[in-house]
Structure formats: C-alpha cells, structure tokens
Ligand binder design. Structure first.
Ligand SMILES: Cc1cc2nc3c(=O)[nH]c(=O)nc-3n(C[C@H](O)[C@H](O)[C@H](O)COP(=O)(O)OP(=O)(O)OC[C@H]3O[C@@H](n4cnc5c(N)ncnc54)[C@H](O)[C@@H]3O)c2cc1C
Length: 347
C-alpha cells in the first residue's frame, strides 16, 4: 500500500533531524531515510554552539536570529521527544596575549557583544597552564548530538516516519505532481546528506561543497575539570568528572583515512602544553564537516525537479540548523523568500 507524505528527507544527522521536526511542526508529513552507522559528522561532533568566532572575535553570520531560534527549537524538541540533550554551558576563552584580553574588554562595552561576553577577566581554572587570564562567554552550550539524533529517530519511528535504509536516488520517479520512491509518494525530496553529498557518488550532484576533516580525542585526566568548555587554540570540553573531549583539528584531505597518528600527536602535544597533570587518551575519532567553498550553507531548490538541498553547515550546524530550517520551511509551506546567499544555484 502506498504511503503519501509531503516530503522525503534523506539524511538524519543534525540537519535532517531539525528539518523533519520543523516540517512536522508546520503540519507537513515526512519520512526520514538515514543510515546512523554511516554518519560521518554529527555522530562525532562535540555539539558546541557559540555565536562568536573566537579566533577573530567577530559575530557569526546572523548570530542573533540563530541564537533565538536555537533556544526555541531544541527546547521544543526536548518536549517532543521527552528527552534531555540541550545543555547550556559556558565557553571560556583563554587569552594568548595582552591584546586579546584588551580586545575582549573593549568588546564587552559594545552593545552588540555585551550580551555574549562576561566583562569579568578571570584566572585560569585549576590544572590549566597559561601566561594570561580568561574570559567567559554567555549563552553558549552543547547539544548532546548522538542522544539528540537517537531521540528524534525514535520519535519518528513511532509514527512510521523513519526508515533506516540507504536512499537510492536512481530509483526515484518524478512526474508533474511530485515523486515516488518504492511505496512512498511525496511532493518532493530534500537532501540532508551532509558531506556524503560531496564524497559519495551515490548522491545527487551538487557543486560548492568543500568538506573539512576533523579529529578529536576522548581523554581521561588525572583530576576532574569543572563543567565547562575551555578554548585555548583547541577546546577541552568536560564530559563529566575526569573525562574530556579535546579537538578539533582541520584538514582538507585524507577523507578516507579515518583518525591519523599525525592529528593525535597534534592534540596530545597541545594537552601536554596546557594541562598541568597527566592524561590518557581513551578514544580517537574523526569526521567530515559538510563545509562549502564560500562558507555559507546550501539551501534551496536543486536543478532536478521536486528536489531540494538543506545542508553545508560546516562546523556550525548546531547553531545554524534551527534558524535555517525555519526560513526553509516558511518557504516550502508559505512561499516566503529563501536566503539568496544560500541558494544552491550560486555554484
Ligand atoms: C570533529 C568534529 C567536531 C565538530 N564539532 C562541532 C561542534 O562542536 N558544533 C557544531 O555545530 N558542529 C560541529 N561539527 C560539525 C557538525 O558535525 C556538522 O556541521 C553537522 O553534523 C552536519 O550535519 P548534517 O546533518 O548536515 O550532516 P551529517 O552529520 O553528515 O549527516 C548526514 C546523514 O545522512 C545520512 N545519509 C547520507 N546519504 C544517505 C543516503 N543516501 N541514504 C540514507 N542516509 C544517508 C548519513 O548516514 C548521515 O547520518 C564538528 C564536526 C567534526 C568532524
């Protein structure tokens, strides 16, 4: 028997999960296809959100709108799934020199930054080595991403809206009304396949992706770290008691190699420099961020009929996905404008 839905969503990482929820919230029926075991980005992501680019001390594109939507959407999704994955925690910036500290102090007086930066300059926490002090960010946190995705997949399964299967684009039939795929008929298909769109020949063709590999370590320290994230070139994120995640690295090649000795050394050397005690690496993970050539997401119609793309969020999907899903769903459901700078046709 055929199942009729408004949209088939391909890919159940952060993008596909947030978009599925947002479409359903606006009354659309969806079916989500995903292969959780082949997820190469969301499943390793640390899940931090932060409206400031710490390296350059400037705001992320559309930071305010994204921060507003983030709180609404993940909060609602916790209620919908009856789970807890939204975890506000401070991010602490460790200053490398006096000028970084001065810039921080100046920005604390600026109306557009003061909401996000605490104006107190504070000593480094116990165990952390550094020549300068630190400042704390406000309104930051982390989404427990694997827990989040699992909760969404379970909620979708309850309404027969989740298929743990590879979606095969070659088996899609298109006509003037929409698409059909196996037993499903739909108005359209939305690809949320992440970096797989750029790396996997089985996806549809889309230019503009420029994937970025990232590696991180899960480490046991000789003593516990306070529940926060410390940013000092790399981040050290408390995972409870004496466990932390350390990362993440950046590389523009070696996508098929998995975790590398070179990046593990890079991260362990960093820990040797900044951590006063001893540590033991327990796990080493790698993933591939769905970044794009101009660092803007890719959202809008694909050149194939009844087909859209929602992705390309690079290293900021947690912050970006809720706002971008809202804009996209308002376009699909009510004809609102898409963001011109994100259209797939720009490539
Ligand atoms: C080491 C590391 C740390 C990171 N830390 C952060 C962070 O702190 N904060 C942050 O915001 N971002 C972070 N990121 C980036 C973040 O992981 C990505 O922006 C985000 O996960 C992208 O989500 P996505 O859903 O677009 O793609 P993906 O996570 O790649 O999900 C795509 C999904 O689609 C599925 N899929 C693909 N093709 C098919 C098909 N044909 N059929 C069925 N299923 C299919 C895949 O199996 C996968 O589950 C990090 C990334 C890395 C690598």
């Amino acid at each position: 028997m055929s199942k009729y839905v408004d949209y088939i969503i391909v890919g159940g990482g952060v993008s596909g999960c947030v978009l599925s929820y947002m479409l359903m919230k606006h009354g659309a029926d969806v079916v989500l296809y995903d292969l959780p075991n082949e997820n190469i980005s969301s499943s390793v992501a640390t899940g931090l959100w932060n409206p400031i680019v710490l390296k350059r001390m400037r705001k992320v594109w559309k930071a305010e709108a994204m921060m507003d939507e983030l709180h609404n959407v993940y909060g609602d999704m916790e209620k919908w799934t009856n789970s807890q994955f939204f975890d506000p925690i401070p991010i602490r910036r460790v200053f490398h020199d006096v000028s970084e500290q001065n810039t921080w102090t100046e920005l604390c007086d600026s109306p557009s930054f003061k909401e996000y930066l605490d104006d107190k300059i504070v000593p480094l926490p116990n165990g952390i080595r550094g020549d300068f002090k630190s400042g704390k960010m406000k309104g930051t946190g982390r989404l427990k991403v694997v827990h989040f995705m699992n909760a969404v997949h379970v909620a979708l399964k309850e309404t027969d809206s989740f298929r743990e299967k590879r979606f095969n684009w070659e088996k899609v039939h298109r006509n003037s009304e929409g698409v059909s795929y196996g037993d499903i008929k739909a108005h359209g298909i939305i690809s949320c396949e992440g970096a797989q769109m750029a790396l996997n020949m089985q996806s549809i063709d889309q230019k503009g992706f420029s994937p970025v590999k990232g590696e991180l370590l899960r480490v046991k320290l000789d003593k516990s770290l306070h529940n926060e994230c410390i940013h000092q070139k790399y981040f050290m994120l408390s995972e409870g008691e004496d466990k932390i995640s350390v990362g993440a690295t950046f590389a523009w090649d070696g996508f098929l190699k998995g975790p590398t000795r070179e990046k593990r050394n890079e991260l362990e050397q960093h820990l040797n420099t900044v951590w006063k005690g001893s540590f033991e690496t327990e796990e080493h993970l790698s993933g591939i961020r769905p970044a794009t050539k101009d660092r803007k997401p890719i959202i809008g119609p694909h050149e194939l009929p009844h087909t859209w793309i929602f992705g390309g969020m690079g290293s900021r999907a947690i912050l970006m996905a809720p706002y971008l899903a809202k804009v996209f769903v308002e376009h699909l459901m009510y004809g609102a404008d898409l963001l011109k700078e994100c259209l797939p046709s720009r490539f």
